[in-house]
Ligand binder design. Structure first.
Ligand code: PFF
Length: 467
């Protein structure tokens, strides 16, 4: 009864699509291909897949099980399991609170490009100054951020089954079709735009074939850490989201199967993002551009130029591409907002409407500050990892690089050492299914994951500089 009152997914398909919708987002589309290109192609892919099947599987299983077991949101779930771990809940809730404003700001950028390509203005968008000119302008980024946020809030407002689940059931299949379609198209490309004839299949080879040139032990660890940091963000773990979604899952759902499906979807889309983007960029701009253009630069500067170089079909492909990015970003931002809203509901006993309004207002204020970070509030700040940051990057750094490893580490200590892995194993097998990778799970949650997480944290904090 209690479960119904706090919302529930109608079945395991709805849950898997919503969770996969959260996982598949900008991280898959703009960070994964770049990291793969930078870190020796196939080598990164292999490391990432091994990590997903071990580390990712452990974190995802733990969080979904904690959610279902406690039937609580992230803010209150950890405290329910152990009173000394309440702080983990506060941090786990702070992370999506910090991410939502800047995720919506970026969602606004995606909208801007979608509109540009749909209205046939792809050529303008391909101009090198277009992106800088847009984000440094005063009102447009704010207005588009507001639009993206309003759609997110509308879905969260409508509730778990009527809003999030129904929306994911439409959005995710559309997203998958677009991803597969654009990937196939990318492999058929051929151009002499760089002075040499290059094909999509040559780009695919660069993506898939491992490059061990000059690889050292330190270099290998660096690839490992890049892959692990990416895995976190990509799977939406250690930020409360999977706990919130897990709390809406019924007791008879086979969680093991759901975890596998979510992972497959997330890793599959990340892999295909590489198939879409790397061959296209290599064909039209040469192989080195991929290694040096990360994040926003890749999506909002290099890719529009690639679409432009495609000729007449470029506008159409560009519009489809940004529609896909838009869907991916929206299902993720919905989950980010839901993690905070459900926390407010559980902690303060507020209604969904009340909690959505409070979180919405706070996110909007911060969202405007993020947008102004490129205009009236512009400054340059050097992060411990050496990069120069604006407000958006600072919020991203605090949430993803500092807080996330701490939450994940605390979670491993709580489950591995304080409560014991059987707490999670019992929750998984409650529905009658077996726990296939039990020994692996125990080894990961008690030893390997905490050690890797600790190293990741030291690296992010700038303490470990050799890797
Ligand atoms: N996992 C999403 C991605 O790969 O883009 C992003 C994301 C979703 C980040 C939810 C944070 C979050 F709370």
């Amino acid at each position: 009864m209690e479960e119904k009152k706090r919302g529930a997914f109608s079945g395991s398909l709805g849950f898997v699509l919503a969770a996969a919708g959260s996982a598949v987002g900008l991280g898959n589309l703009w960070r994964f291909p770049y990291l793969a290109a930078k870190n020796g192609g196939g080598l990164f892919l292999v490391i990432y897949i091994v990590l997903a099947l071990t580390f990712g599987f452990t974190m995802l299983t733990t969080e979904i099980a904690i959610g279902r077991k406690t039937k609580q949101s992230p803010l209150t779930a950890y405290g329910r399991l152990h009173s000394k771990f309440k702080f983990t809940g506060v941090l786990a809730c702070l992370i999506p609170f910090l991410i939502l404003p800047y995720y919506c700001a970026i969602g606004g950028w995606v909208l801007k490009y979608f509109i540009a390509f749909v209205t046939g203005n792809g050529a303008k968008a391909a101009n090198g100054d277009y992106f800088g000119g847009f984000i440094t302008s005063f009102s447009e980024p704010i207005i588009l951020m507001l639009v993206f946020f309003a759609i997110t809030a509308f879905i969260v407002f409508a509730g778990v089954d009527k809003g999030i689940e129904s929306f994911s059931k439409i959005c995710m299949p559309a997203l998958l079709i677009l991803v597969i379609g654009i990937s196939i198209y990318s492999l058929t490309l051929k151009s002499d735009a760089t002075g040499t004839v290059r094909t999509g299949l040559q780009g695919l080879a660069i993506y898939l074939i491992p490059n061990f040139d000059g690889l050292t032990v330190g270099g290998f660890f660096s690839v490992l850490m890049d892959a692990m940091g990416q895995l976190f963000f990509s799977l939406s773990v250690a930020m409360g989201i999977m706990i919130a979604y897990g709390s809406y899952v019924s007791d008879d759902t086979d969680l093991k199967k759901s975890v596998n499906q979510i992972e497959l979807c997330d890793t599959g889309v990340a892999f295909l993002a590489g198939v879409m983007i790397i061959p296209a960029v290599c064909t039209f701009m040469g192989p080195d551009v991929m290694k040096s253009t990360a994040g926003p630069g890749l999506m909002f500067v290099a890719l529009p130029q690639v679409f432009q170089a495609m000729g007449v079909v470029g506008n159409f492909i560009g519009a489809l591409f940004f529609a896909m990015v838009f869907f991916a970003a929206l299902t993720s931002s919905v989950s980010i907002m839901e993690a905070v809203v459900s926390s407010f509901m559980d902690q303060f006993g507020w209604s969904r409407k009340g909690a959505s309004c409070v979180e919405g207002l706070l996110a909007l204020i911060l969202g405007v500050v993020v947008c102004l970070g490129y205009n009236k509030l512009y400054f340059e700040f050097k992060l411990p990892n050496g990069s120069v940051a604006q407000i958006l990057d600072i919020m991203d750094y605090i949430s993803n690089n500092l807080f996330m490893p701490i939450v994940a580490l605390a979670e491993c200590v709580l489950v591995g050492w304080v409560l014991g892995p059987s707490t999670i194993e019992d929750e998984i097998t409650k529905s009658g299914c077996t726990f296939g990778r039990k020994t692996l799970y125990e080894l990961m949650v008690k030893f390997i994951a905490p050690i890797l997480l600790f190293i990741l944290f030291l690296r992010a904090a700038g303490v470990l500089t050799i890797i």
